[in-house]
Write a protein that binds this ligand. Structure first.
Ligand code: NTF
Length: 837
């Protein structure tokens, strides 16, 4: 592997403190010290993990200096602060990223090699914190990176799951899940802050009482109490002095051991409370785009939201700010509805605990929150059965009723006599079993509501949140997603990043629009040649990785066609694999056909209970297996299913990809962010008019994008007419389905894939057949285009050059300007002198 960003200069002169100096020598010292004093090992006994830990602690010391300086600057200025509330933060490994942001990647690599160790091996020791499912959690990670880079005071608030997203293993072609024990060897990046622990109540009932002034009040008598303990991870800005905080809550029992029970001899009972409390932050729910109406999930959401709001109130106390100014101090962004209970919780804290009048508390609440919606899929919209909700949060249910009564009063006057509208807007769904609608709570309690790509924000207004849009059009807006170029280019694609910096300087990493300056280089034959060599080198690296993981040889000269993302019917991995089978069929039918060799690479996890998604994985693996064993298609067609797709594996695959599959049914993918990572790294997209694909195509130019399929409008029309898949059956598609049903890919088992093929033939809400021909046709164009090497390279360079819009820095600037109104606060680095006690 090449090293990221060797062309970047290191701001060594800034840091003079001996312990945290950024020089190579100081670093070696620190590393060896840590091995002894932190790990308690000497080289003969040290494992690779010991070395990794020693290295991580050496980096952490350097980052703590920035953290303290940042905290000091924010406290002194009483800065307005963004609190990003998210049930998921899919951070990926910290070490490499922190080195990039500190600007010492190169020195550290050298220092480590000079000590006789292999730097890449140490990097690979880190168990990545996989505290998210996919796009939503990764977006949160990119956002906090950008906020730190843009010097925006911010706190990320979430849950410190003991077990993150499961580890996927493929056994006999099927997905199996293993517990993700990422904390097994300790986590050097976090700092426990027990002194800021808070209590969170759950369950029980409410009762009336009279306070000292004889006012009638309501008290929540909880059934149980847990303690939230914060663990802080510093989040560095890129080459500045900012280190913001990611604060994740762990759940603990108030008394870890019940001694009275213990003394009675009930040993099991004595630890039960502790065990129960800890289950709250035990495991991440592995569902993407699908809610799971489980009590524990609601408890998790409330747990982190309550702990976070209480923590923010503590910060106000420390800074001597009155609670009346909560909304001036903090802007809270709700990352989907998972933290939407915050609306009711802030009301409870203000009205019940701080005896604030309702109207004033409501005004503060609405000025505090803003809500981002991330999905249009109905099955992903959170609704809690009323009884379940009441059993966990009895007081909040009362508050929600009160919010609802006042809200519907307003609607009644605005829309005179429109009873149906009242029922549609209500925070409580009263059709049949009653539910609390979390998206409605989020809309009512927020000053701004946004979608994550232009089409998605439009569809929100027209469909899912239409009634709210008609009520408050001014609240609605769009914030197209973005990704951080630090992780997704500098760190993961060092070769390309170096070439780009050589050509246009390195300020593109802070201002991605500067990639435009690459455009003229698309006309430069020598540059194109280097661009190609880099892609090839990345493909060679990736092929070695596949060989090691899957035992399959793939040809770096073939077209690398990649679809990596969660497995879901709406994302249509089955459309892709059906096309692969069609190609296989063509090759077998006409062995001498002119054929552009391709390697189809798939990766992604299926929710453990999502049977159809798991069946799709099995089909992909079955096709991979047959194709690999068939000498007739050898070297021309390969299929690879990459196990356990996560951030680390993503960092390997995006730089090697040439074709990016973004083939969701139009109107279903809210935005997508993988699509942006591919395009930045020079892959061309084959995609539908969906999510951010539309904007990518607009930016890179229609001539540099492979478009196919129905538009969202046509999808809606087709469904409106009553979709009949058989009307779209072609001879080739018929062959494909027959081949699957014949048991060809399942060792004669004709039943194995029936649920899948029957679904496609008779039902299919995702219109796979309707788009199949257009997709196949478009894939032919891809193959033809690939043969014109120079033309393809030009398109690739232009994709990269025109991807500036998709930096999460741009997204965060828009959130800051339009929603948060949070100015940046540059940080001056404190020296030892400044912090003397
Ligand atoms: C996801 N939503 C969307 O499916 C993606 O299109 C989008 O890019 C990301 O959010 C980030 O905005 C979800 O994961 C969820 F939870 F909302 F369903």
């Amino acid at each position: 592997m090449a090293t990221p960003m060797k062309s970047m200069e290191t701001p060594t002169e800034l840091y003079d403190d001996e312990r945290t100096a950024l020089t190579k020598e100081a670093f070696k010292r620190a590393f060896l010290d840590n091995l002894l004093y932190v790990q308690g090992k000497f080289p003969a006994l040290a494992s690779q993990n010991d070395y990794y830990q020693a290295l991580a602690y050496a980096v952490r010391d350097r980052l703590l200096q920035r953290w303290i300086s940042t905290a000091a600057a924010y406290t002194k200025q009483g800065s307005r602060t963004v609190a990003y509330f998210s049930a998921e933060f899919l951070m990926g490994p910290h070490l490499g990223n922190n080195l990039i942001n500190l600007g010492i990647y190169e020195q550290v690599r050298e220092a480590i090699s000079e000590l006789g160790l292999d730097f890449d091996t140490l990097l690979r020791q880190e168990d990545e914190p996989g505290l998210g499912n996919g796009g939503l959690g990764r977006l949160a990670a990119c956002f906090i990176d950008s906020m730190a880079t843009l010097e925006i005071p911010s706190l990320g608030y979430g849950i410190r799951y003991e077990f993150g997203i499961f580890h996927q293993e493929i056994v006999d072609g099927w997905q199996t899940e293993r517990t993700d024990k990422w904390l097994r060897f300790g986590n050097p990046w976090e700092i426990l802050r027990p002194e800021w622990a808070v209590e969170v109540k759950l369950g029980g009932h409410t009762e009336q009482y009279r306070d000292e002034q004889e006012r009638l009040r309501i008290r929540w008598v909880p059934g149980k109490v847990v303690v939230g303990v914060p663990y802080d991870t510093p989040i560095l800005g890129f080459r500045n002095n900012t280190a913001n905080t990611l604060r994740l809550w762990k759940a603990e029992a108030p008394e870890s051991f019940d001694f009275s029970t213990f003394n009675r001899g009930d040993y099991g009972g004595a630890v039960r409370q502790k065990v129960w409390s800890e289950t709250l932050s035990k495991v991440l729910y592995p569902n993407d785009e699908q809610i799971q109406g489980k009590t524990l999930r609601l408890e998790q959401q409330y747990f982190f939201v309550s702990a976070s709001l209480q923590d923010m109130m503590r910060i106000m106390r420390v800074q001597k700010l009155p609670l009346e100014r909560f909304h001036e101090k903090f802007a809270v962004q709700l990352n989907d509805t998972h933290p939407a209970i915050a609306v009711a919780e802030l009301m409870r804290l203000l009205v019940d605990d701080h005896v604030m009048p309702w109207e004033q508390a409501w005004d503060i609440t609405c000025k505090t929150f803003a809500y981002t919606n991330h999905t249009l899929l109905p099955e992903a919209l959170e609704c809690w059965p009323l009884e379940l909700f009441k059993s966990v949060l009895p007081r909040h249910l009362d508050l929600i009723y009160e919010i609802n009564v006042r809200f519907l009063d307003e609607v009644r006057i605005r829309f005179y006599g429109d009873e149906a509208r009242l029922a549609r807007l209500s925070l409580i769904d009263e059709h049949g079993e009653r539910y609390v609608r979390m998206a409605h709570l989020a809309c009512v309690g927020s000053h701004t509501i946004n979608g994550v790509a232009e089409l998605h924000s439009e569809l929100l207004k027209q469909d899912v949140l239409r009634d709210f849009y008609e009520l408050w059009p001014h609240k609605f807006g769009n914030k197209t997603n973005g990704v951080t170029p630090r992780r997704w280019m500098a760190l993961s694609n060092p070769r390309l990043s170096d070439l780009i910096s050589e050509a246009i300087g390195d300020s593109w990493l802070k201002n991605l629009d500067e990639l435009q300056k690459l455009e003229p280089f698309a006309q430069d034959a020598a540059f194109r040649q280097r661009w190609r060599e880099i892609k090839l080198a990345n493909k060679v690296d990736f092929a070695a990785f596949v060989k090691e993981r899957n035992g399959i040889n793939i040809d770096p000269a073939s077209l690398f066609d990649v679809q990596v993302k969660r497995i879901h019917e709406y994302k249509r991995q089955h459309l892709n694999i059906l096309h692969v089978i069609a190609l296989y069929h063509r090759l077998r039918s006409d062995p001498n056909a002119d054929f552009q060799p391709r390697t189809f690479i798939f990766g992604g996890k299926a929710a453990p209970a999502y049977h159809m998604a798991k069946l799709i994985i099995k089909l992909i693996n079955s096709v991979a297996d047959v194709v690999d064993r068939d000498p007739a298609v050898k070297d021309r067609l390969k299929v690879v299913f990459l196990q356990n797709f996560n951030v680390s594996n993503g960092q390997r695959v995006y730089p090697a990809a040439e074709l990016s599959e973004q083939i969701s049914t139009a109107g279903k993918e809210a935005s997508g962010t993988g699509n942006m990572k591919f395009s930045m790294n020079g892959a061309l997209t084959i995609g539908t008019m969906d999510g951010a694909n539309i904007e990518i195509r607009q930016e890179v130019g229609a001539e540099n994008f492979f478009l196919f399929g129905l538009t969202a409008e046509q999808v809606a029309q087709t469904k409106g007419r009553g979709y009949r898949p058989l009307e779209h059956m072609t001879a080739e598609l018929q062959e494909v389905i027959s081949l699957i049903n014949s048991g060809f890919f399942s060792r004669g088992d004709v039943q194995m894939f029936r649920a899948l093929t029957d679904g496609l033939l008779w039902h299919d809400p995702y219109l796979v057949f309707a788009d199949f021909e257009s997709y196949s046709e478009c894939q032919l164009q891809v193959s033809q285009a690939y043969r014109d090497v120079d033309h393809w390279t030009r398109m690739s360079i232009l994709n990269s050059a025109r991807s500036g819009k998709f930096s999460s820095d741009r997204t965060i600037r828009e959130y800051c300007a339009d929603i948060w109104r949070a100015p940046s606060v540059p940080v001056r680095l404190l020296s030892q002198e400044d912090v003397k006690v």
